[in-house]
Structure formats: C-alpha cells, structure tokens
Design a protein around this ligand. Structure first.
Ligand code: FES
Length: 570
C-alpha cells in the first residue's frame, strides 16, 4: 500500500467521529473487522428500470461485489442518476454533465479508496468517467454489454433498422403492423444497442483508453462471461488501490490518441468526439478537433459493423472482440500505454486472435478505406463540424446544393412532408437551433428524415446539416455539431433558403456561397432572443454550456478538484 487509505479519514477515526462514521454503517450487518483497513470500493451503479440498457446492473454489481470481497476489499454500492437514451426528454445529453457532477461529488464526499463505474446506455459512460476524472482515485469501468442480435423475419436487425423501418413506413413499403412486430424482435435480451452505436462506441472507448479489462467492449450482456469480467474487475480494483493506479496514470495524451485511432477503425459514433473532448478536459489532457481528423485520417475501417457495415457487436465478440481489432492496428497504436489491469496495451493484445475476417478485416485489406470521421471547417462552421464518411453516401462527398432551411425541429416536422415545399434530392437540408444552448442539450435529430416526395423517388440520402447530434446508430450524409451553433450567433443562424452550400469531404470543407459582408449584415439585422430558461438546472446549463468543438461540458466543471475533503461533517 503506497499511502494510507483515503477511507481511513472516516473509518479509521477514534472517538465520537469514528463512532458516527461506523455505527450507522453497522446497521447493514457489517462486522467491525471490515472497518479495520480494507480498501473501500464504491460500485457506482446506473441501474434503473427507466434505463432499459442498464436494467441488469443489480446482477452485474453482485459479480463486481464478489470480486471485491474475494480480493479482501469492502464493497459499497451507491446509485447515481441514470440516463436512458430512449425515454428522457428533451434529450439525455442535457443531463450528461449533471450526472457527472452527481458522480464526482458522490465519490469525493464518501469514504472510497477506489470505484468501479457500471456504464451501459450511451451517456452513462461519459458522465461517469467525467465525474470520476474530476476526483482521480483508482477507477475502473465495467460496461453492461450489448444486446444479442435482433431477429425479424429471418433477418438480423438492430437499432440502425429503426431509421430504415421508419423511412419504409413513410414511403409505404412497410406497414405499421409489421413495424410493431419488429419492435418486439429487436430488443430480445438484456444489454445496450447491439450495433456500433454510441453505447458500443463508449464501451470500446474505455477499453482502448485502458480504463477497462481487455474484452470489455463486446461481450454480450447475456453472456455469462460478462459476469466473469465484472468479478475480475472487482478483484482488480482492490489491487489498483494497493498500487495507487489512478485515472491520471492511465489517461495520458497517448491513451487519448489510441482511443481516437480505434474509434476510426470501428466506425464509432460521432458522439465520441464530444465525450472524449469532455473527458480530456476533466483529466487535463490537451485535445482538440484537429486531433480527431489528423489521427483518424489514415486509419482504415476494420470493423464491419452497423451502421457503417453489416454485423453486430455479438459477431464482434465471436470474432475476437476489440483486442483482435487492436492487434490489427498495432503498427499505429501507442502500445506502451498502461491500462487498469497493470499491463500495457501491447501486452493486452499480444495474444489476441481474429476468428472471422468478414467481421474484423486485416489492415492490408480493410473493409472500407473511407474514414469513419472527418472534421469540416468553413464559413458554415467557423469552429468546426463533423461527418461520418463511412456511414455516408460517397456520391455526396462533394456536393453543392440549394439550402432548404428549418429554423427549429418543430418547423422541420411541420413542413418536411408538405407537397409544396420547394425541395428535391439535390438540395441541402439545414436544421438550426438544435445545438447545446439552443435546444437546449443538443438532441439526436441531425439525421432528419428525407421529404416524402424525395423518398417516393427511391432516393435514400441527401446532404443534411445541423448544430445537433445524430444517434450513433444513424447514417447518411449528415453534417453534425456545427460550431458555433445558431443560438449563439454562428453563421448557421443566418443561412437562408436558396443559399448555395458546398460540402467537400475530401477537402474537409463546408462553405456557403455568401460573402462575409453579407453574413455580417444579416447578423446585424437578426437579434438573438434571450433564453426562456430562467430557473433550475436547465438555466445553469444554458448559461454555462460550451460549444460542440469543446465537448459540451459546463465551463466551471473543467479540470479536477481532487479527492481531498478537508473539513469533517460533525
Ligand atoms: Fe441505450 Fe441505445 S438506447 S444504448
């Protein structure tokens, strides 16, 4: 043990304070000897029946607890706010930073020497990692695992099919009844979305950063080996406390670079950019949008997973999981990075094998040469925007079209299927005021559905631009995260119907053919209305949220306050 356990500042005390710190804990039937110097390990649980992707976490926590006990630790499970992507209105992203505060303060305020973070549904991973980074005690992530692949009429289905089914119903090629049947076929087991959506991207992110045991990203939630990984993680966190292996030891600049390169190879969600920037901001590692473009540029797409490819996370696991994919990337990765199991990335992937080359391609014969992430610059997005070329249509990579502008998501919903809307497949759909401050919370509406009359021609993709996000399961030629957003006066705010917009993915540019003078004049005439949110968390969020190119964290949450609490409670 390199230094006295943090928990001794509670349980190691004598007199009245020690009595109070221990006595109430003893009402849970904990014997006195457990308070005599065992590492106290928090199990940070995002279990909730309102977060179906994490609904199995009470059982998973039991496996972690077994591991902690086995290694001589003292497990203490505690709940934090849980973010279920499918139910929370107006968007779970609005609350990511709130949860990170809950996690940070819960860890710091309590007698914990180490913590296991139970993460699953999209935002539950970044929020827990962000909060833990701002305390920086030994921490390890256990992800909940993906669902088993959905089965519908003999076909494999997953969350990306939601968008296909929805467009099929709108174009008349699928009935509402068929869609209801599909609804019961898709989510047929415990776990999070089975494609390479944001949850799987986040589980891969923590594994490539070195924050989980190897294999964490892909073991299905329903597979008994997920519980084995949880128990092993419980054992390991106790050792990490003894070694004082903290988040800042693992989360180096090189670890972030590894995560960006792995994200490119798996075709990860565009949400990855926002969350990784926010995590870097908490742990104090410099990272910017250019890093994502530069580091992703030469990495081929190796994982043949939806929405960029064909398969599901279950297939990824059977093919060898993330270690097999990372093995294929070893020429690019920083193999010396230390991970939570005390070994380097290089050691962790040394024996990894791929069992299915149709799922994980060889680097000399990639599944797709097209990058999974490109960062665009131009006068539409002065501080940047992102696109996922691997899930877009190559014929639209270079495209000029007339803007069809929607001032809000409500405006879009009201007019998109209007037969009189002046739109065809060559136009560029522009959606404003769905950014971090404008919505608020930056919802996943950026892959807006195409106009019915365009769909009726059999067209399945158009260029779409917004200051919002897209579900990691979404696809299409969709430009997202435009920064600055319309609501804070970015050029996006003054783009008008009929303006000609050029997207050039290869040149990384997004340009509207309007002069700087004209844009300035339009801005002069346009006043930004004050935020209607005057109380509560949303008021705090709107006043302090940073733009997409900085990670959408609250400005005052950047960095760490450490783990020390200098004043006692009684
Ligand atoms: Fe929870 Fe997709 S809805 S991971």
């Amino acid at each position: 043990m390199s230094k006295e356990l943090r928990s001794r500042g509670w349980f190691g005390k004598t007199g009245k304070d020690g009595f109070i710190y221990r006595a109430w804990m003893k009402n849970q039937g904990i014997p006195s000897y457990e308070f005599e110097g065992r590492p106290v390990i928090g199990i940070c649980n995002t279990w909730s029946e309102l977060t179906p992707c994490n609904a199995h976490f009470r059982e998973l926590a039991e496996s972690v607890r077994r591991g902690i006990l086995e290694a001589g630790g003292f497990p203490v499970e505690f709940p934090v706010m849980s973010l279920g992507e499918t139910l929370i209105k107006p968007t779970a992203m609005l609350y990511r930073n709130l949860v990170s505060m809950d996690v940070e303060e819960s860890i710091r305020a309590n007698p914990m020497d180490g913590v296991v973070l139970l993460c699953g549904c999209d935002k539950t991973t970044p929020s827990l990692v962000m909060g833990a980074c701002s305390v920086n005690i030994p921490s390890l992530v256990v992800s909940g695992g993906p669902m088993l692949t959905g089965k519908y009429k003999g076909k494999d289905i997953g969350t990306s099919d939601v968008w296909r089914f929805s467009e099929a119903v709108r174009s008349g090629s699928m009935s509402e009844e068929e869609m209801t049947v599909a609804e019961a076929c898709m989510c047929r087991s415990r776990g999070h979305c089975a494609v390479m959506g944001t949850a799987s991207t986040m589980a891969s992110m923590v594994e490539s950063l070195g924050l989980s045991l190897p294999g964490n990203a892909a073991i299905p939630a329903a597979d008994s080996r997920r519980k084995v990984l949880a128990q092993m993680s419980g054992i390991r966190i106790v050792e990490m406390v003894k070694e004082n292996l903290r988040l800042s030891d693992v989360l180096t600049r090189k670890a972030f670079e590894n995560a960006i390169m792995v994200n490119a190879a798996i075709g990860g969600s565009t949400n990855f950019v926002l969350h990784l920037l926010a995590i870097a901001g908490r742990i104090g590692v410099p990272l910017d949008m250019e890093d994502f473009d530069k580091l992703s540029h030469n990495i081929p797409l190796l994982a043949n997973l939806q929405p960029s490819g064909k398969y599901f996370m279950e297939d990824m696991y059977y093919a060898g999981g993330l270690p097999a994919l990372m093995k294929e990337m070893e020429q690019w990765l920083h193999k010396e990075c230390i991970t939570v199991n005390g070994k380097t990335i290089g050691e962790n992937i040394a024996e990894a094998e791929c069992y299915n080359r149709d799922v994980i391609a060889e680097n000399k014969n990639p599944f797709n040469d097209v990058s999974a992430l490109a960062v665009l610059k131009g006068n539409v997005c002065e501080n940047g925007a992102v696109i996922k070329p691997s899930a877009a249509s190559p014929h639209l990579f270079k495209h000029t079209g007339k803007a069809v502008v929607f001032e809000s998501i409500e405006d879009y919903k009201k007019r998109i299927d209007d037969p009189d809307l002046d739109v065809d497949e060559h136009c560029v759909l522009v959606l404003k005021n769905v950014g971090p401050a404008g919505y608020p919370g930056m919802p996943e509406v950026g892959n807006m559905g195409l106009p019915k009359k365009v769909l009726a021609k059999g067209v399945t993709d158009m260029v779409r631009i917004s200051d919002g996000r897209m579900s990691g399961t979404g696809f299409g030629t969709v430009v997202l995260h435009v920064s600055p957003e319309a609501a804070v006066g970015g050029n996006l705010a003054v783009i008008q119907d009929g303006d000609m917009i050029t997207l050039d993915v290869e040149k990384r540019s997004l340009h509207v053919d309007v002069t700087d003078e004209e844009l300035a004049e339009r801005k002069r005439k346009k006043s930004i209305p004050p935020s209607p949110f005057t109380r509560g968390y949303v008021n705090l969020f709107v006043r302090h949220v940073e733009q997409a190119h900085l990670g959408v964290d609250l400005d005052f949450l950047k960095g760490s306050s450490g783990s020390e609490v200098t004043r006692d409670s009684h």
